[in-house]
Design a protein around this ligand. Sequence first.
Ligand code: NDP
Ligand code: HSE
Length: 441
Amino acid sequence: MNTSSKKVISVGLLGCGTVGASFFKLTEDSKIQILKTAGAELKIVKVAVKDKNKPRSVYISPELICDDPMEVVNDDSIDVVVECIGGINPALELISAALDNGKSVVSANKELLARYWNHLHDKAAAGKVQLFCEAAVGGAIPVVRALEVSLAGEQISRVTGILNGTTNYILTKMSEEGLAYEDALREAQEMGFAEADPTADVGGHDAASKLAILSSVAFHSEVRADDVFCEGIENVTAADMDFAKRSGYTVKLLAVAQTLGQGAEDSSLGDSGQKIAVRVYPAMVPLTHPLASVRLSFNACFLEGAASGELMLYGRGAGGFPTASAILGDVMTAVSYSSPGTASNSLKRADIYPVGGLENKYCISLYVSDESGVLAKVAEVFAKNKVSIRSMEQMGMFSEARLVFITHMAKEDDMQRTLAELASLACVEKVGSFLRVYGDE
Ligand code: NDP
Ligand code: HSE
């Protein structure tokens, strides 16, 4: 796409929900700024939705609206297609067709990008067009571009993110205001943070897709959502929050990707010597760590590079306008390029390190029966599986007794075996919660 001589850049918009409508409004409101920066006018010339008769949060002239998205991707007058529909189908078919038709594409669709990165980037490269996805990760935070451009020469060793606004909002409200999980989720939905199906948020899958995209960009090899070990926040309780607070921690849904480099004495490292470990789970984060201060729908990416050291990018991770801001930035970048750049590279498949081999500290709570010798039986299971206990606290008495353990560093596989054996002990009524402890190793 060469738009350098054009005075009007035509944009086709797929979807006009929370994000699409905000993008439409932001483009209208930013006309002067866009003209100044791009030297051209951005005009949204067609908007495809599912239901033409649905009331919209922005006024859109009826002649722009259609309910056949193929009309947008096949429209010869359109230079850039912005996809804000979400999900795999029909987004995959629509973006593919747009790229095949020589249009650059900007998408906020992490689910799709985390599954079809190479497929779509190969199409973009073949058509000499651009595919951008800044809005798919971290809302307004320019983390994809920071990794692709500013940190292009940096050897990133670990990326730790709070990448889901809905879950961060829920955990903040539970921790700070004692709100019930369901009420906090409802608020997040009302504010437009949650996915159409919020189980993608609370189950960690949305963060897993974002982590896959970030890992692909940071480590220059294709990581897919399916590669990411994933646990959600559904089992995090008010008691966990309370214990964390009293122990100097807060609970966050973390997305962590790291390289396990050459020279490590580990037979699971392949010939190339580099594997990538990727996981999403609720974790206890020390209150002194910068990620602990990330509240509500805000997101952050904490990056560790060989030369850069630690740096953190922080901002609004969800919501219409923050996401629209990232989309607009991508559209402006797309219209300034005439050939594929770094954003259009397809990548070799990543070598994934099994999470079972990673080491962590853990926090485990157990509901136990009121009988003598319970502690000894429980401690024996930990010891047998090579998991050393750092501290233990008993909360409640008699039939209400709840034991909370924090371990020293232990292998995930050993910890999982410990959990399974603890659950099968007659004196353990229930394994309560299980959290990794992050950042104070
Ligand atoms: P919404 O559900 O609010 O909007 C989806 C839009 O797509 C609606 O306008 C809907 O039409 C339209 N649509 C659905 N199916 C079709 C179809 N077959 N043809 C044409 N249009 C269709 O979603 P969001 O705006 O929240 O999210 C959009 C994308 O942005 C998703 O990929 C999401 O993951 C991502 N995202 C969302 C963020 C957020 O904070 N909400 C933040 C970052 C990314 P209709 O209005 O008629 O129903
Ligand atoms: N549902 C997502 C979230 C939207 O809550 O973070 C932003 O990607």
